[in-house]
Ligand binder design. Structure first.
Ligand SMILES: C[S@@+](CC[C@H](N)C(=O)[O-])C[C@H]1O[C@@H](n2cnc3c(N)ncnc32)[C@H](O)[C@@H]1O
Length: 389
């Protein structure tokens, strides 16, 4: 069975690595701008995709076509597909169109033409006219035209997996949960290992680390949504049962292993609320204060009181929208320098303030540095991974 899984641009190889770990038998077919097409056995494939902590959306591909250049090509391609096995006559459907590349038409046009093709295909096969419901359809058909390639797929996730549902407090610059998990993986982090986020905002990175450490699986946050999607058990019988089984076992690890510092008390309070809502507040210590001043004391307390050896720091600092460039530079420099002086081994951070980050790294020369180009929201950014020496 063919699966299409999306992620944020730049994180494709990180997602592939994770998927391969979750299911070694996966065969990757194509990787392109935030999308991975892979082949796997139906049950192991759908479980790997939904258990991913880095994937955003998951689809089962019905068909893919090449050489699609016009709306007429789209109509003919979609109409050639037999939908009678995946949509029941009394069910409604909606096309979810997407378009990547230069075309002389819009994604709305794709939706309209593909929708008509589904109706006509079903009418011809069964003599029944399917109902369209754009707001609350039974079945979602994802139709993506990626340059001249057309993917027609069934929506397994209805909302992106990055929306875990635990975020009660919305930090104005919150990191996507899936990107937080990608950073953890880039850092070579393994569940249970201590992490320090010196600018933790609403706590996303630490909450995700704690969730993974407790073995709380991502589809468990989405159970109701997945259960309400009739397509899942239809295309992969037994999938829902297998997912429910995953949600029964949760480790009761209550040791504090993750430490966050946040200068704004309101955000720190929000982080505590989010961690509680995610069920992992027992594993995270949030401290209010300025990281450039508090770090030495925090590291000492972590070691003496919590028996924690902090060696890994992961964060997404402010990008400078509300800060003067000089202050931002001093913040980046102050934190990286302190982490090195305090004996941290690795620092991973994501920022779109690339000029400032590069200037600081040139001046500090903190150690071998890897850069991964990614798109954070709409912002071109780098993930820096530094081996401190
Ligand atoms: C981009 S946000 C982090 C968002 C966070 N990763 C999340 O998902 O909610 C950066 C945070 O750094 C905090 N910050 C800025 N300067 C700081 C400092 N000197 N010490 C601690 N936190 C600081 C800001 O208040 C802000 O909440």
């Amino acid at each position: 069975m063919l699966f299409l899984v999306t992620t944020d641009i730049g994180f494709e190889t990180v997602l592939m690595e994770e998927l391969r770990e979750l299911e070694p038998s996966i065969r990757f077919i194509r990787v392109f701008s935030g999308r991975i097409l892979f082949e796997a056995q139906p049950l192991s494939g759908i479980l790997a995709a939904l258990r991913s902590r880095i994937a955003n959306n998951v689809y089962v591909v019905l068909h893919h076509f090449t050489n699609i250049n016009s709306l007429d090509d789209i109509y003919k391609a979609v109409k050639s597909i037999d939908f009678t096995n995946v949509i029941l006559p009394n069910e409604s459907f909606a096309i979810r169109p997407e378009r990547i590349g230069e075309h002389g038409f819009t994604s709305i046009d794709i939706g309209r033409v593909a929708g008509q093709a589904v109706i006509d295909s079903y009418l011809e096969a069964r003599g029944i006219r399917l109902r369209v419901d754009l707001d609350n359809p039974d079945i979602e058909i994802y139709t993506e035209l990626n340059r001249d390639k057309l993917y027609v797929a069934l929506g397994i996730t209805r909302t992106s997996l990055h929306k875990r549902g635990y975020r009660v407090f919305n930090h104005p610059a919150a990191l996507k949960t899936t990107i937080a998990c990608a950073l953890l993986r880039i850092a070579g982090w393994t569940p249970g290992r201590p992490v320090l986020d010196p600018m933790c905002g609403g706590g996303t990175i630490l909450i995700e680390a704690a969730l993974a450490s407790k073995g709380i699986e991502i589809p468990c946050f989405k159970l109701r949504e997945l259960e309400s999607n009739p397509v899942i058990d239809r295309v992969v019988p037994g999938a829902l049962n297998a997912i429910k089984k995953l949600c029964r076992e949760v480790s009761r690890d209550v040791r504090k292993r993750f430490i966050g510092i946040e200068i704004n008390p309101r955000f720190a309070e929000g982080a505590v609320i989010n961690a509680k809502s995610a069920g992992v507040d027992d594993m995270i210590l949030f401290v209010v204060g300025d990281a450039t001043k508090l770090l030495p004391r925090i590291v000492e307390v972590a070691e003496k009181e919590l028996d924690l050896k902090l060696e890994l720091s992961i964060f997404n600092p402010p990008y400078g929208q509300r800060m003067k460039p000089k202050d931002l530079e001093n913040l980046y420099k102050g934190v990286v320098q302190l982490l090195r002086d305090l004996g941290f081994k690795r620092v991973v951070f994501i920022t779109s303030a690339i000029d400032i980050a590069e200037k600081v790294l040139m001046e500090l020369d903190p150690g071998p540095t890897k850069r991964l180009y990614v798109v954070h929201g709409t912002l071109p950014s780098y993930v820096y991974s530094i081996e401190l020496s």
